[in-house]
Design a protein around this ligand. Sequence first.
Ligand SMILES: Cc1cc2nc3c(=O)[nH]c(=O)nc-3n(C[C@H](O)[C@H](O)[C@H](O)COP(=O)(O)O)c2cc1C
Length: 158
Amino acid sequence: MPVTQEEFRAALSRFPSGVTVVTTKDAEGRLHGITVSAFNSVSLDPSLVLICIDRSTGSHAAISESGIFVVNILSSEQAELSERFAAMIPNKFDGVEHSLNEHGLPVLSNCIANLECRVRNIGDGGDHTIFVGEVENVSVNEGDPLVYFRSNYRVIGA
Ligand SMILES: Cc1cc2nc3c(=O)[nH]c(=O)nc-3n(C[C@H](O)[C@H](O)[C@H](O)COP(=O)(O)O)c2cc1C
């Protein structure tokens, strides 16, 4: 018998993850950003990572259109950004410090890492899509990560 959604969620919530904001733009050049914990490394050579994006989100359509995205790994001081980019609000980038990369994608400031990616493969992930991206550019900063565990933000203790 398959597990219930409640059981499934309860089990998954016990897997701690970092938190990222994935940014991109759509065919009209409008900027999109989405909070994503389903991020992982895939391959060292070539440099590949994956993100899983809900098919119903605006960001899903935008990544499918542009074929490029940036993974911004949040620091322990950026829980507010995680909430902002998980909310259904217009103008998500208003007041959010960022620069634009050579493709016009937002690179969020003060993150512990930013990975600029180009979609290499697209996989079926049920109600999500698995985007495998080749990393074309990275920047890294000092700082502690923001951690998500059992529906709450945590910070790694010393
Ligand atoms: C901590 C956290 C992690 C999340 N991880 C994901 C994820 O991995 N993939 C995803 O599609 N949505 C994830 N979400 C939900 C999206 O951020 C949310 O649906 C967002 O509103 C979509 O924005 P958009 O429709 O403007 O693209 C997460 C939300 C939170 C708070």
